[in-house]
Write a protein that binds this ligand. Structure first.
Ligand code: NAP
Length: 455
């Protein structure tokens, strides 16, 4: 059991050390957490909503402090970090306002004198979370789960424990009783022991495919409900009638936002042959112009990757893709100096079977793919083990909608980058996971959907 160390990926400096807890300590806490649940489940939506709104106010009031922490721990630009905290407050308020109606009893007409469906809390839910949106991913799980009357235990990524403890502190400051939301700074290997604990009723994991497979296998073995939000290799089809200025703006931000480390980032650009060269030329100009730099500098477009080892792994994927025949158009070299920086990179003529086509590239590397026609573009977009987000760029929205309906993904957007919105469900198919977060679908993942029948 080692302490976790937070390292600023912009300069390699140590910025925090956080004590790990042992499995024994975690299990002792789980007993107390279960007791907290026994009281929490009896609270009204109104009582829960009051605390949730307090939390939203705290997130707003502490926006700058929390944003600076996220930027320091994982390198996102300060402007995007502020927006992340704003979005946390939005989701928190959304569930404070709507949990009651989303979980309202549903009367069903049957032969019974009275029959209805009711939604009851399940208990302690374990959330295993990634570093890329260190606040938002956690709130996206916690706001609905807690409003439904559950309690949450967080195993956050090891490199963002400062954010993890800041979230726990915000819950306490908002007035949530102890045990309703608890951060466990444990090793990934110990997640198994936590899932096996009899107080844990369900697990949600947002992270990579390997982590998802491992956690889902353990949860399955223990018959515990699971939601998985995993990686993606989102394809955006650029049709021949697309406005190239708008398409390349979207492709630039889509690939570089959050320093290229977003599950729903635009990763593969499937471009129709007739506009391929024009798209590539304009896209290269814009990607080249995007400023890489210190993430606290307000003029920076994208900062470093979250860790040096992640940057080095990404570079290996780029080199592999080139050795498989992809054409390097921009970037592709590790810059000298401190930090986990990697430049905006474009790989062109990417085809199925190449690393950049088949796997997720979690950084500022765009794969540009040539399609003979519309049907070929749809087939290429769907030729993926992943199915998280996808998009179509066109000046004909009817044509775009028809294609969106054929894309194998949990989210398909026309003329807009996929974003999560509390009013709409969010999640993936295929190796991008299963289950949904947000909206009424998300809050019903961790409830007992219970039938009541009065003869
Ligand atoms: P990761 O390496 O899978 O880590 C995610 C979390 O899982 C961390 O808390 C990690 O702990 C833990 N973990 C890793 N291996 C584990 C195992 N075998 N058993 C139990 N826990 C384990 O992913 P990441 O690098 O943090 O995040 C990037 C990935 O997340 C990308 O693939 C991205 O697409 C995906 N993602 C998906 C969504 C979505 O909504 N679908 C959203 C954001 C990110 P340690 O840090 O201690 O290793």
């Amino acid at each position: 059991m080692k302490n976790t160390i937070s390292i600023n990926p912009a300069n390699g400096e140590t910025i925090g050390t956080y004590p790990r807890i042992t499995v024994t300590e975690a299990k002792e806490t789980l007993v107390k957490v279960k007791k907290a649940f026994d009281s929490w489940k009896k609270t009204s939506f109104e009582e829960r909503a009051t605390l949730m709104k307090n939390l939203a106010d705290i997130l707003d009031a502490d926006n700058e402090k929390l944003a600076q922490l996220a930027t320091a721990e994982m390198g996102k630009t300060i402007g995007q970090a502020r927006k992340e905290i704003e979005k946390c407050a939005l989701v928190t308020r959304y569930y404070a306002d709507h949990a009651d109606s989303l979980l309202k009893d549903e009367t069903v007409k049957t032969e019974a004198s009275k029959s209805y469906v009711t939604f009851q809390p399940m208990g302690t839910v374990l959330a295993v979370m990634p570093w890329n949106f260190p606040f938002y991913q956690v709130i996206r799980f916690a706001a609905p789960a807690l409003m439904a009357g559950n309690v949450g235990v967080l195993k956050h990524a090891s490199n963002v424990q400062g954010c993890a403890f800041a979230i726990e502190e915000a819950f306490i400051k908002a007035g949530f009783p102890k045990g309703i939301f608890t951060n466990f700074n444990i090793n990934a290997e110990n997640v198994k022991d936590i899932i096996e604990d009899q107080t844990i009723v369900a697990v949600t994991l947002t992270g990579s495919e390997p982590a998802g497979r491992s956690v889902a296998a353990i949860a399955g073995q223990n018959l515990k409900k699971t939601v998985l939000e995993l990686g993606g290799s989102d394809a955006y089809i650029i049709l021949d009638d697309a406005d190239l200025e708008a398409a390349t703006d979207l492709a630039t931000f889509g690939r570089l936002q959050n320093n290229g480390q977003t599950c729903i980032a635009a990763k593969r650009f499937v471009v129709l042959e007739s506009i391929y060269d024009a798209f590539l030329a304009l896209y290269t100009t814009k990607m080249k112009a995007a400023k890489m730099g210190e993430p606290t500098d307000e003029t920076t477009y994208y900062g470093p990757l979250a860790r040096v080892n992640l940057r080095d792994d990404l570079h290996k994927q780029v080199e592999k893709s080139i050795s498989q025949g992809a054409r390097l158009v921009l970037g592709g070299t590790i810059p000298e100096g401190k930090g986990a920086y990697y430049p905006a990179t474009i790989l062109a003529e990417v085809t199925p079977g190449m690393e950049a086509f088949d796997n997720e590239l979690f950084g500022p590397v765009a794969s540009v793919i040539k399609a003979k026609d519309e049907n070929h573009a749809i087939a290429l977009a769907n030729n993926s083990v992943f199915g998280l987000g996808s998009g179509v760029i066109t000046s004909n929205t009817e044509r775009g909608e028809k294609i969106a309906l054929q894309l194998e993904a949990g989210n398909s957007f026309v003329n807009k980058l996929v974003v999560s919105d509390p009013r709409m469900p969010f999640g993936g198919i295929k190796n991008s996971g299963f289950g949904r977060e947000l909206s009424g679908y998300g809050i019903r993942e961790f409830v007992n959907i219970k039938t009541i029948w009065i003869e």
